[in-house]
Design a protein around this ligand. Sequence first.
Ligand SMILES: Cc1ncc(COP(=O)(O)O)c(C=O)c1O
Length: 454
Amino acid sequence: MTTNTGGPAMTQQRIVRTEIPGPKSRTLHARRSEAVTSAVPSVLPIYVKAAGGGIIVDADGNQLIDLASGVGVSTVGNANPKVVDAVTQQISAFTHTAFFITPYEGYVEVCEKLNTLTPGDHPKRTALFNSGSEAVENAVKVARKATGRQAIVVLEHAYHGRTNLTLAMTAKAAPFKAGFGPLASEIYRVPASYPYRDGLTGEEAAARVISTIEAQIGASEVAGIVVEPIQGEGGFIVPAPGYLTALQAFTRANGILLIADEVQSGSGRTGAWFASEHEEIVPDVMAIGKGIGGGLPLSAVTGRAELMDAVQPGGLGGTYGGNPAACAAALAAIEEVQENGLLEAARKIGETAISRFKAAQELPGSPIGDIRGRGAMIAIELVEPGTKTPAPEIARAAARLCHEQGVLVLVTGTYGNVIRLLPPLVIGHDLFQEGLDVLIEAVSTAAANVTGAA
Ligand SMILES: Cc1ncc(COP(=O)(O)O)c(C=O)c1O
């Protein structure tokens, strides 16, 4: 058992006391079904009592290994003591004033930090919001206002959120978009780079995008191209080397803004502060969310000063954006990443997972088609063994087996066949290895069951 940077008192140990979900969780779930709309389901309806380090404790006393971090949010661990202290101090002083009415230092300090931590040493400005979707929406507003153009280019496999504008930008139809039209206009989708499936080099994949824009949209109409430097919900797709740099060169030559949606890939998750660094791009505008708030709702748009300041006063903002408690949490979380070597920890998590997955991939009958990701944002794409045919049933069955054994993993991807890992960066090495043991075994059992039954 490995101890780590803390959180609530609990052993950093997987403990399965009941079936999962257990009786107490099932009772709560029955109550929930009478109160909460079925439009908001849960991947694994265990009802959480506490969480910290790499562990989630449920109502039945089960302790699950957390390989999800609430979709990459609890990067510094749940209830991280530094975050808890900072938030407690802040809410004892004041909880809310609305920054646009009477400002406070925490908001300014978060913006200063983000201006420094994001790629590029040009002058920058930042505005704070509550959710990733809100950050993406505001990045689009900035791009349109600053360029005077309307068209926004997005990629296949993209996920940018569930508000009306971001739904139009999100690629996957079901369950996200079904029945919600009309969606926002002036959004144009172009091919992504998906090396495992398209076999193209970065230059070839970028040329496909550029010719689509020139032929079907017109470069002079385009305000911005929005890219996830690693596509998250699309299946942790890392673009081919050179794809994003070629797109950046095209944007610069045509007065288009390169907008990076780093809501999932940012804030230290990939072993760099932002995944754009791995791709050697310097976005003009960035949307930041999830892990930046240390577990509290906070998001940001950081961009070139002249673009951000092109918006009229009052054009950006909102009641809660940059709430004092969320700012205090963010400052503590940033400090935690810096002082506890969590970028390095993310890189080690990635190395461990990749070497374990590679060994598993070599076993006969393995359904692991592709292993990809960076740092602590790692996935396996599952296929029918010996083919590239997506195998969503194997992914679902493997995830279910993991859940039953107390390991929380998430399934994602355009084809529903990707298992993604987003562990807290403070997870202990042995605990993470144990989670991988369970996952790798579950994948091979699921493949045998599904292909045996076919
Ligand atoms: C890349 C990306 N952009 C935007 C969003 C939307 O963020 P939120 O759910 O906080 O609105 C997400 C959420 O998963 C995301 O992964």
